[in-house]
Design a protein around this ligand. Structure first.
Ligand code: SF4
Ligand code: SF4
Length: 422
């Protein structure tokens, strides 16, 4: 095992290979507060990559209802439980949430899936703690859809006190997921054939099917269960991050880097994807006006999914603001309280950057804000808020403007020649 630096854990950790980092890293931010579970993303992916015989159970992109749902069923509960069995009561965080980009969330004191591998509790890969889900657990991409948590955690019942922020007593939320194209992929670490690799140009994690022999070590090892086995070809498959679009080689892109199919299809406008530059130790190179750098490292509203697992996932989430904080801290780490406070009280810049989501399918590499007039001033939850109609401008890889949009949404009145006009 080598020692590599994991900034999401705020410390070095063991990994089977030496740290090697791409020129740029594929990454994304999902704003859970906006997801409506329309499953347009799920179907965009399915109809592009997994529509063939033998792929019926495969949903590289899926949206599940938390806390009861999961695809495969109970994937997160199961891996958290295995880690807890391997390290009873030791899966805790220490240190302080800080502004240090090398330890934003303090320091994880527990064991990752790599560090707990010597405590295997069932026959499995020797490099990564994991498990192989039985076939039936892959059957439903959104099992327990819309099932809320009621009083004292009881299912199917509504809490008598109704609903009021900051935390709802009856709650559920939608968790959209794809492969995280991790900085330290567990799938890659576990593959005895070295069939899985991380591309040096964009960090996208690919599985070479000509090298795969179907041992399913990647399926067992990926804690997010985003590597999947196909019975009729007897090899595994996984999300390829629509790499021809990201490269700009897909005919639809016109040569410009374009976001993946699941991002482009998102009706709720919850998704933004880009490529980031890394430092020699795998931390993010400072890029103040890159929208993802801003959301993760400056505003700190977007957090990694289960950072304690140790793969350094490159998928980040703005957590749902109505959900009990204890649940969110388990899922997104100790940065939750700071992220929620900031998201609920957005400043001028955050409000402008949030408008960048899904105005274009081109990948945004930089933004700029032009100040506009004050359009609202008034009380909001005990504070005075001011909203300015700023303009936010998005630039592509070549530095050219992609689009510009304003904080205030445009109002269109349909002329009364249309039947459904007011
Ligand atoms: S999410 Fe899973 S399949 Fe994707 S790179 Fe990470 S470990 Fe591999
Ligand atoms: S398309 Fe967007 S809003 Fe719809 S389910 Fe997917 S992530 Fe959620």
């Amino acid at each position: 095992m080598s020692q590599v630096y994991n900034w999401q854990l705020g410390r070095e950790m063991s990994y089977p290979y030496e740290g090697k980092y791409p020129e740029r890293q594929f990454a994304f931010v999902f704003n859970i507060n906006r997801c409506i579970a329309c499953q347009s993303c799920t179907m965009a992916c399915k109809s592009t990559w997994t529509f063939s015989k033998g792929q019926e159970h495969m949903w590289w992109a899926n949206v599940e209802t938390k806390p009861y749902g999961g695809y495969p069923q109970f994937w997160d509960v199961k891996i958290l439980d295995l880690l807890n069995q391997a390290n009873p009561d030791g899966q805790t965080w220490g240190g302080l949430v800080s502004d240090n980009p090398k330890s934003l969330y303090g320091q994880f004191a527990g064991k990752t899936v790599f560090e707990a591998a010597d405590k295997m509790l069932q026959p499995a890969s020797s490099r990564v703690l994991g498990y192989l889900p039985p076939d039936e657990e892959w059957n439903s991409p959104n099992i327990y859809e819309d099932n809320p948590v009621g009083p004292k955690g009881v299912r199917y019942q509504f809490h008598q006190t109704g609903v009021e922020l900051p935390v709802h007593n009856t709650w559920f939320f939608y968790l959209a997921r794809i492969c995280n194209h991790c900085t330290y992929p567990a799938c890659l670490a576990a593959c005895p054939r070295k069939a899985i690799y991380k591309r040096p140009e964009d960090g996208i994690v690919l599985l070479d099917q000509s090298e795969c022999r179907g041992y399913r070590k990647c399926v067992e090892a990926c804690p997010y269960k985003k590597s999947m086995y196909r019975g009729n070809t007897r090899v595994s498959e996984k999300c390829i991050a629509c790499y021809p679009r990201v490269e700009g080689t897909d005919p639809e892109t016109g040569g410009e880097p374009m976001e993946t199919r699941c991002m482009a299809a998102c009706i709720g406008q919850i998704r933004m994807q880009s490529l980031l530059q890394l430092n020699p130790d795998g931390t993010w190179a400072e890029d103040r006006y890159h929208p993802l750098y801003y959301l993760v490292h400056v505003a700190k509203v977007a957090l990694p999914l289960y950072p304690q697992l140790g793969t350094s996932p490159n998928g980040f989430y703005i957590p749902p603001r109505w959900v009990p904080r204890t649940y969110l801290r388990q899922m997104f780490g100790p940065g939750v309280d700071r992220a929620m406070e900031r998201y609920e009280n957005p400043d001028r810049e955050l409000l402008a950057v949030l408008q960048l989501f899904r105005r274009s399918n081109r990948i945004i590499f930089r933004y700029q804000i032009e100040e506009g007039p004050l359009v609202y001033e008034g009380p909001y939850r005990g504070k005075t808020v001011r909203i300015y109609n700023d303009t936010v401008i998005a630039f592509g890889k070549n530095g050219k403007e992609i689009f510009r949009t304003k904080v205030e949404e445009p109002l269109h009145v349909r002329p009364n020649k249309h039947q459904n006009s007011i």
